[in-house]
Design a binder for this molecule. Structure first.
Ligand SMILES: C[S@@+](CC[C@H](N)C(=O)[O-])C[C@H]1O[C@@H](n2cnc3c(N)ncnc32)[C@H](O)[C@@H]1O
Length: 254
């Protein structure tokens, strides 16, 4: 079934979710707004993490709409008048059929070996005409654009070690590159997608995300303490520039 590699952050404010929100929320909100989301929509936010998307959706669909937000770890999700928080494993637990106007999952199917089955499950939870929106990474494009040669080698070593761990845990490293095709194969209509590679400067949300995820698997990284400290220093320094993971999104309607 695969294991979610980046769980178990001890802090109440998981820095990974803060970085994801800074990095991705603006794009997510623009994408979902284009679909016409409005008062009255019934939405499912899968693997809602820190809750930033669910909370935004709850405001947009109020007063008569509703958001169900799920995760295997619901400690950072907030019940509100029009938000139901559900501790739920999207692989093994059931979802209601024909229920939602919008189903959104960001960086969740990436981790799940059963992603194709889950995609069909999400499709079936849509009412006819409802929208499925998936946002995923393709990790392969990450390269160092600016750093001293030894530092660049260190960043690439950590990239490769992290990707090996993700692969062993069942993630599909270039899932983002084929997510639009997967929506088409699942029989969705009006499918479209986008792919964006950015420059991430040290200290940016993207580099903070890399640092937060590396910290969560520190014990499994084949690095000395000095090397790990140097890696974190590089990710915090504006002198470092890397090309990001490709940020891929795809949408389609049932
Ligand atoms: C990288 S985080 C993304 C969080 C949020 N979607 C975002 O973009 O800010 C992945 C999330 O998926 C959740 N997750 C992992 N496996 C899951 C599963 N089988 N069912 C539901 N959620 C899962 C994790 O607990 C985590 O909150």
């Amino acid at each position: 079934m695969g294991t979610y590699l980046f769980g178990d952050a001890d802090e109440p404010l998981d820095p990974k979710f803060d970085a994801l929100s800074s990095l991705l929320d603006a794009g997510t909100f623009a994408r979902v707004e284009q679909l016409g989301v409005a008062d009255g929509w019934r939405c499912l936010e899968v693997g809602g993490g820190g809750g930033s998307v669910a909370n935004w959706l709850a405001d947009v669909v109020a007063p008569s709409g509703h958001v169900t937000v799920t995760d295997i770890d619901v400690t950072r999700l907030e019940e509100r008048d029009n938000v139901t928080v559900l501790e739920h494993d999207v692989v093994s637990n059931i979802l209601p059929g024909n229920a939602f106007d919008l189903v959104h999952a960001r960086l969740v199917l990436f981790y799940l070996p059963a992603r194709e089955v889950v995609l069909r499950k999400l499709r079936d939870s849509l009412r006819p005409g409802g929208w499925l929106v998936l946002e995923e990474f393709d990790c392969l494009p990450l390269e160092v654009l600016k750093a001293a040669p030894d530092d660049a080698k260190l960043i690439m070593r950590v990239k490769n070690a992290l990707l090996t761990l993700l692969d062993q845990a069942g993630a599909e490293l270039a899932w983002g590159a084929r997510v639009e095709r997967a929506l088409l194969d699942a029989g969705l209509n009006d499918v479209s997608g986008s792919r964006e590679v950015r420059e991430w400067e040290g200290g940016s949300a993207g580099c903070r995300l890399l640092a937060a995820t590396a910290r969560l698997v520190r014990a499994k990284l084949p690095l000395t303490d000095d090397e790990f400290d140097r890696y974190l220093e590089l990710l915090a320094s504006p002198e470092t520039v890397i090309s990001s993971y490709a940020i891929c999104s795809a949408q389609g309607r049932r």
